[in-house]
Design a protein around this ligand. Structure first.
Ligand code: NAD
Length: 486
């Protein structure tokens, strides 16, 4: 069985306390690896190493940093099959998804930021004939990078790549539920020649290892992706320490379908948006609002498509939905299915665990794709993040009403709206409270655009220039110009 190690000062090492806990394969319920139960001693060692590495790494020419990051990207691509398999075992997601989405995106994250640092511009401002201002962008020191389990290597590298590309060193903590691909990344960083201490990875529990990173006095930058409650807790620790914070938190994203939309386009994408990764993507469209004149038709077709999705062994070809991340998470999602019924909802399909489909997955954490109608927009089922294969569909009568429905949660991460009327698309997009609005599409990503949420979905933005700015400190140097002739 695989024993995960911390990655500190360029070495794969045991945790100081020599304590480990189990990593469970959600598709089988069996233990698949041992995870270091790290504590503040491991975090202290990782931060010390990152501090020592900072001077040389921040002074390394951008072209050299870029070359090393590109090498890491090539190595991830070389090992795509093995990494995808690890991601599948850790998360329960279909192997096909890990192969086509998760691991390729990790490659792209490194390539994107490795090349972005070669093309950034510095700002200068001339104050008439009196002075010239040159704004330097300097790395900030040791960055603390904390990531969730739903897209493990994808989201971990989305932080690691910009942090180290810009000359910071880092201490990362992947989710304790999905540590394996980060462990393999450590070995690839060694192979790529990343200097010791530039990236350190400490595995363990959020409340112990994660909290030790957040409260460490020598980690001035914290980038976190995870739940809203955890984000709020991290902010309570970090704010009085004047740390720079990026929080990418939960979502409860609306999909809005107007009657003039092309339903042949809207239906398959809405189904995908509801159930991709078992509904465990922060951007999943979990509340669907459909204009009343096409509501019945939409629901019938949506239910038909959802019922046809295959819940199965994540390792098998043709599986659309794999397992949910854990037994506890499955129980939480099921509690929302029960709540929806208490709130007057009707289960149109799913709502239960699937019948056993093979011996290997008998102990796995599976749930059928579940479609619920008959709820109002303000009920708890429609306000709280479920983060599973559960979607609600409600009718609406006009633009104003659906904008009110869409904005009726504390979250504001993304929205998807479907219409053939361009004026309406602009009008509605302008009024939706979310960091991203997709029109006639979903999850069409360009790594250059600002990515993040409004309201309780987060603080700050990742992606493109936003990430380069986040991980650097602007320092303005004002140079007085002497105008006398000599
Ligand atoms: P989580 O908040 O439980 O954990 C996220 C990470 O934070 C893990 O590494 C965990 O160990 C760590 N952590 C937990 N408590 C901590 C603490 N007190 N101090 C420091 N670190 C701590 O979230 P999760 O269950 O892993 O992920 C699911 C959530 O992530 C969902 O709410 C989802 O919407 C959100 N998410 C958001 C985005 C986004 O970009 N906005 C992307 C993916 C997932």
């Amino acid at each position: 069985m695989l024993t995960i190690r911390n990655f500190i000062d360029g070495q794969l090492v045991e945790p100081a306390g020599r304590a480990y806990f189990d990593d469970i394969d959600p598709a089988t319920g069996e233990v698949c690896a041992q995870v270091p139960d790290s504590d503040h001693r491991d975090v202290d060692a990782a931060v010390d190493s990152a501090k020592r590495a900072f001077g040389a790494w921040s002074a390394t020419p951008a072209a050299e940093r870029s070359r090393i990051l590109l090498r890491i990207a090539d190595l991830i691509e070389r090992d795509l099959d093995e990494l995808a398999r690890s991601e599948c075992i850790d998360t329960g997601k279909p192997l096909s998804v890990a192969r086509s989405v998760d691991i390729p995106r990790a490659v792209n994250n490194f390539r994107f930021f490795a090349t972005a640092i070669l093309h950034t511009k510095s700002e200068t401002h001339q104050t008439d004939t009196e002075a010239l201002n040159v704004t330097l962008r300097q790395p900030r020191g040791v960055a603390g990078l904390i990531s969730p389990w739903n897209l493990p290597l994808y989201l971990f590298t989305w932080k690691v790549a910009p942090a180290i590309a810009t000359g910071n060193t880092a201490v990362g903590k992947p989710s304790e539920l999905t540590p394996t691909t980060a462990h393999r990344l450590a070995a690839l960083c060694q192979e790529a020649g990343l200097p010791a201490g530039v990236l350190n990875i400490v595995h363990g529990l959020g409340a112990k290892a994660g909290a030790a990173i957040v409260s460490h006095g020598d980690v001035p930058t914290i980038s976190f992706t995870g739940g809203t409650e955890t984000g709020s807790q991290i902010a309570r620790t970090a704010a009085p320490m004047f740390k720079r914070l990026a929080l990418e938190c939960g979502g409860k994203n609306p999909t809005i379908v107007f009657a003039d939309a092309d339903l042949d386009d809207a239906l398959p994408v809405s189904v995908q948006s509801a159930f991709a990764n078992q509904g465990q993507v922060c951007l999943c469209g979990s509340r669907i609002f459909v204009e009343r004149s096409v509501f019945d038709q939409f629901v019938d077709r949506f239910v038909e498509r959802s019922s046809a999705l295959r819940v199965g062994d994540p390792m098998e070809q043709g599986t659309d939905l794999g397992a949910l991340i854990s037994k506890e998470h499955l129980a939480k999602v099921e509690s929302y299915v029960a709540l929806a019924q208490d709130e007057g909802g009707t289960i149109r399909c799913g709502g239960a665990r699937p019948a056993a489909f093979n011996e290997r997955c008998r102990g796995g954490f599976f749930l059928q794709p579940t479609v619920i109608t008959g709820l109002n927009a303000q009920c708890r089922t429609n306000r709280e993040e479920i983060f599973g294969p559960v979607v609600t569909i409600m009718p609406f009568d006009d633009e104003e009403q659906v904008i009110g429905f869409a904005n009726a949660t504390q979250y504001g991460l993304s929205a998807s709206l479907w219409t053939s009327n361009l004026d309406r698309a602009h009008r509605v997009a302008g009024q939706i409270q979310s960091g991203t609005v997709w029109v006639n599409c979903w999850l069409l990503r360009d790594l250059r655009v600002p990515f993040g949420g409004m309201k309780h979905s987060g603080l700050g933005r990742e992606g493109g220039d936003e990430a380069l700015r986040f991980f650097t400190e602007p320092k303005n140097v004002c140079i007085k110009l002497r105008n006398e002739r000599t």
